[in-house]
Ligand binder design. Structure first.
Ligand code: SF4
Length: 342
């Protein structure tokens, strides 16, 4: 795959521009246009020499193609992007009280193959490059404006593509890049071996969310089959190390699946399991996917589950899934579009 300038850290752009025959400051100017001003067309960077801009035209900044933008009644927007090898990837922008949150993907498909998730249904095709991770954020900004938060919770597992995803986040957080606060970035992982440690030692502060989804090892192995060699206890030990290294609490993500993991007994098991963890629990009622045999639990069941955790002194959020009418469950838009003439 051809390397894009977005695979380089903006810190390295000055030297790259020297290699092209220009000055270091041209690299700094270009990085500012891209990361801070949201301009992705070389021709609009009017303070770069004309000859340089013309030279750069052969390497467009956005080398992905916007296939489709869809809009849900609740205000969520979704983009489907076609990559250079014709793979499809999706990213979402959701409104919030403090501004928009974007959700980006890390892989084409996913090898974890959680039983309730559309992204995993066809397995893993490949990892996204650093440039492709960044371009999701750039397309969303270009189409829907600035965003306040980034969540890395789209298609794929960050723990299987750490270098490229953490590289992209570093470009967004670094002063030479977008100077975006890492405290407003959440990375979600099912926690394959080494993922939590890599995020803890990343060197930039980001929020950690662990996708647990079950209160016993047996049920977790059924629902999250791609990491069957990990027990919940091992995972929570690593999460404790994350707290000790970063001083930050983490979030436990738990998708509520009707009749599968949403009983009061399971809520109590979860509370017992997390008793010594410094964490917040985020409950996510399932977003139904036609092809899969899981269902959205009713509101009373969700509230009772949340209340049981609160009764055990946990801080709990019961989240509303957004974008239900526009394929916003991860992997849905991509699946629906694959096979169409896009
Ligand atoms: S829920 Fe996440 S980890 Fe599981 S298959 Fe879907 S994308 Fe992969």
């Amino acid at each position: 795959m051809t390397q894009s300038i977005l695979d380089l850290h903006p810190r390295d752009w000055p030297q790259h521009f020297v290699d092209l025959g220009y000055k270091k400051f041209h690299g700094r100017i270009a990085a500012r246009w891209v990361f801070q001003r949201g301009i992705y067309d070389w021709q609009q960077m009017t303070d770069l020499p004309t000859a340089l801009r013309e030279q750069l035209l052969s390497t467009p900044l956005l080398d992905t193609e916007l296939v489709k933008a869809s809009h849900a009644e609740d205000g969520a927007h979704k983009v489907l992007l076609k990559l250079a090898d014709d793979s499809l990837v999706e990213a979402v922008c959701m409104p919030g009280s403090k501004g928009q949150t974007i959700c980006i993907s890390t892989q084409v498909g996913c090898g974890i193959q959680c039983g309730f998730c559309a992204s995993g249904m066809d397995g893993l095709k490949r990892n996204l490059t650093q440039s492709e991770v960044l371009q999701q954020a750039f397309w969303l900004r270009r189409e829907f404006g600035d965003f306040h938060r980034i969540v890395v919770m789209g298609m794929g597992e960050i723990g299987h593509n750490l270098d490229n995803v953490l590289g992209a986040l570093d470009c967004l957080i670094d002063e030479a890049g977008a100077n975006f606060s890492g405290r407003r970035i959440t990375v979600s992982t099912v926690a394959p071996k080494g993922a939590i440690a890599a995020i803890a030692n990343f060197g930039k502060t980001v929020q950690l969310a662990i996708s647990l989804h079950a209160s016993t090892d047996e049920l977790r192995q059924e629902l999250v089959p791609g990491i069957h060699d990990r027990t919940i206890e091992q995972l929570l030990d690593e999460a404790e190390d994350y707290f000790n290294i970063t001083g930050r609490e983490f979030t436990i993500e738990y998708v509520l699946l009707s009749g599968v993991n949403d009983s009061l007994e399971q809520a109590q098991q979860l509370a017992d399991l997390l008793r010594n963890s410094r964490c917040h629990v985020n409950l996510i009622p399932y977003n139904h996917i036609d092809e899969l045999d899981f269902h959205y639990p009713d509101g009373k069941t969700c509230e009772a589950f949340a209340q049981r955790l609160k009764d055990n002194s946990f801080s709990v959020t019961l989240r509303q899934s957004m974008g239900k009418d526009q394929d916003a469950a991860c992997g849905q838009l991509r699946r629906r579009t694959i096979g169409l003439d896009v």
